[in-house]
Design a protein around this ligand. Structure first.
Ligand code: NAP
Length: 306
């Protein structure tokens, strides 16, 4: 297949392109920042400079590339500072998930592209009620904290637009597997504490396993949502000390809920303390996906071994 990867230079895009080529696909990879073209070429793909928020340019790039499939992996999270408002940090990414998705889908329709796979997110989205691990059939949080409402709405928009067009949205877990993973600097500096009893559950996924699931999704017929997470959703009280140990850092500090609320805000604490994990059973069953790193326990150790 000719596969058009929007966001080929990102954390997941750069792992995905080589795996697609290994599977015999031809890849057109888009980038936005200066110097991205060389990086896309080095990955073995044909580079195309593209701003996903320019719908005319998206249309032209897709019509010229004539792909059989499109993968939307564009986010704008590099170098973002996370404060009390998730919506502020995710603003540009939310546009890529709404306007960017719509532009790609419109171009795909016009170009007769048959397959469409897009990036979504699993963690912190399921309703904060009931058991600790959720499937794709479980409800999303109907009442996300105000500071994350636009971010949640953008992910819903992406998922609804993609699946109603016959495509697949992948709800990835928290990415890890690169030396510059987002959590690394703050965990090294002990600036990422265990909140309260650390009972909020997270799901992680190694970037190589996330890319492997994406390749399989491209070969899968039919629309759908899939959690792309590892086998071991885990409470913060377990994964955070293990991450610090894998990095050779001191153990994380512990802060009581009231102090965390003061520092990070009520919304962030509500999400972190109440979050549920996600089940990967559907992706394994329907996509035939197997994981190289079934748990973050071995994955963190492998990723950060010096
Ligand atoms: N599930 C998760 O946990 C998750 C999901 C996403 C990201 N992250 C983390 O966030 C950090 C940053 O992510 P990242 O390295 O992938 O960088 P990023 O800044 O999020 O960029 C991702 C891709 O989107 C492209 N892009 C950005 N703005 C665009 C636009 N307006 N139009 C078209 N393409 C655009 C980028 O191109 P350029 O490179 O040319 O700018 C890049 O190819 C990493 O640590 C990553 O692991 C985590």
């Amino acid at each position: 297949m000719r596969v058009f990867v929007a966001g080929a230079t990102g954390a997941i895009g750069a792992r995905l392109v080589p795996q697609l080529i290994e599977h015999g696909h031809d890849v057109i990879g888009t980038y936005r920042s200066a110097g991205g073209g060389g990086r896309v070429e080095a990955l073995g793909a044909e580079p195309v400079a593209l701003d996903l928020l320019d719908a005319r340019a998206v249309r032209q790039a897709v019509l010229e590339a004539k792909p059989d499939a499109i993968v939307h992996q564009a986010t704008a999270l590099a170098g973002v500072r996370f404060g009390r408002s998730l919506d502020r940090s995710f603003g540009p990414t939310n546009l890529l998930r709404t306007e960017g998705t719509d532009a790609l889908l419109a171009a795909a329709r016009e170009a007769g592209v048959q397959r469409f796979v897009a990036q979504s997110f699993a963690s912190y989205r399921y309703a904060r009620v009931g058991g600790p691990v959720k499937t794709e059939d479980d409800p999303l949080d109907p009442d996300p904290p105000a500071m994350a409402s636009q971010t949640n709405a953008a992910m819903r928009h992406l998922e609804e637009a993609v699946t109603s067009a016959g495509g697949i949205a992948l709800r990835y877990g928290g990415f890890y597997g690169a030396a510059n993973d987002g959590l690394v600097p703050s965990v090294r500096k002990r600036q990422f504490p265990v909140i309260g009893a650390g009972g909020g559950i997270s799901s992680f996924i190694h970037l190589d396993d996330a890319a492997a699931a994406t390749v399989l999704a491209l070969g899968h017929d039919g629309a759908g949502l899939y959690n792309i997470v590892d086998d071991e959703p885990a409470p913060m009280s377990e994964w955070l000390p293990a991450l610090a140990a894998a990095l050779g850092a001191k153990p994380p500090r512990h802060v009581p809920m009231w102090l965390a609320r003061l520092i990070a805000g009520q919304g962030m604490v509500m999400m972190a303390a109440g979050s549920r994990g996600a089940s990967n059973a559907k992706a394994k069953r329907e996509l035939g996906w197997t994981l190289r790193y079934p748990s973050w326990r071995e994955g963190f150790a492998a990723a950060y071994r010096s």
